[in-house]
Design a protein around this ligand. Structure first.
Ligand code: ARG
Length: 290
């Protein structure tokens, strides 16, 4: 009987090991399909390791998210040049590069997950990603759902129109009797503010900024309200468009983390401070914004 039990146990253990390995395999191939893993460059591996030691020591035990995994996952919406966009199948841009520097400081490998902009905050809240970075504006309303890091850049909501548009300044949008159709990216501050100002019926939401611009080119909206740098990139890519001199809103961009994830927020803020002081952030911005 004892012998039988021993054999049974051995068989069960073999099964358990096999099914575990399978899960890991499945998980790996899943990750390969959906995520953009940005590897730390070889020459920095040693440095990153050292820093990992320092930072992990400080954080260990208090906060599961940064200390326990070797990767850190950023949610973004990669149709927002020059902050995040695809170069081939890799996500590059100001945010992607700053995030990579932050990850290095935390001793983590950065994984970028591309999603609809309007789902980033929920993903952060639910913990399916560690942080959101997407040229995301700090707003009082968003602060009720997530915590923001210190700001690493400023943004401006700009207005794109056709070159021959009757809209010549932001005031025209508010003029008596004016009823212009405004194109925006769903869930962005351009969407939120213009819906407040001009009413739901006059605001048409698109999943991506460039889709709003195509609608402008095609004549189904009269203007597009979007952040200034993406606006410049979109105007450069499409003929017959211009950006109005008057802007619609001024804003600050920051990284968001789940509420209560104070250790991660502190680590990100410390990294942003260092990267600001040593000129890294300026250098990254200068690479993309001439
Ligand atoms: N700054 C705006 C906002 O926070 C737009 C950001 C859109 N970002 C993006 N990656 N598509 O609402």
């Amino acid at each position: 009987m004892k012998k039988f039990l021993a054999v049974l146990l051995a068989v069960l253990m073999v099964f358990a090991i096999c099914s575990c390995e399978k899960k890991v395999d499945e998980q790996q191939s899943e990750n390969e399909e959906t995520e953009n893993v940005v590897d730390a460059p070889e020459e920095n591996a040693e440095e990153a390791g050292e820093e990992a030691g320092d930072d992990a020591g400080e954080e260990a035990g208090e906060d599961e998210t940064p200390a326990e995994n070797s990767t850190i996952t950023m949610a973004t919406n990669a149709y927002f040049k020059p902050y995040e966009f695809y170069e081939g199948d890799k996500i590059v841009g100001i945010d992607a590069e700053i995030a990579e520097e932050i990850a290095k400081k935390l001793g983590k490998e950065l994984v970028i997950e591309d999603m609809e902009f309007s789902t980033i905050i929920t993903a952060v809240q639910e913990g399916s990603v560690d942080f959101g970075m997407a040229g995301m504006t700090v707003t009082e309303e968003r602060k009720e759902s997530v915590d923001f890091s210190s700001s690493y850049a400023n943004g401006v909501q700009s207005i794109i129109v056709k070159e021959d548009s009757p809209i010549t300044s932001v005031d025209d949008l508010y003029a008596d009797g004016a009823s212009y159709k405004v194109g925006v990216q769903l869930g962005t501050t351009g969407d939120i503010y213009s819906t407040d100002d001009f009413g739901e019926d006059n605001v048409i939401q698109y999943s991506k900024g460039n889709e709003a611009v195509l609608a402008l080119v095609g004549g189904s909206v009269d203007c597009v309200i979007i952040d200034d740098e993406p606006a410049k990139a979109l105007v450069a890519e499409n003929e017959g468009l211009k950006i109005l001199d008057t802007s619609y809103a001024d804003e600050d961009y920051a990284i968001c983390v789940a509420k209560g994830n104070g250790d991660l927020l502190a680590a990100i803020n410390a990294a942003i401070d260092e990267l600001t002081l040593d000129g890294t952030i300026d250098a990254i911005v200068a690479k993309y914004i001439k």
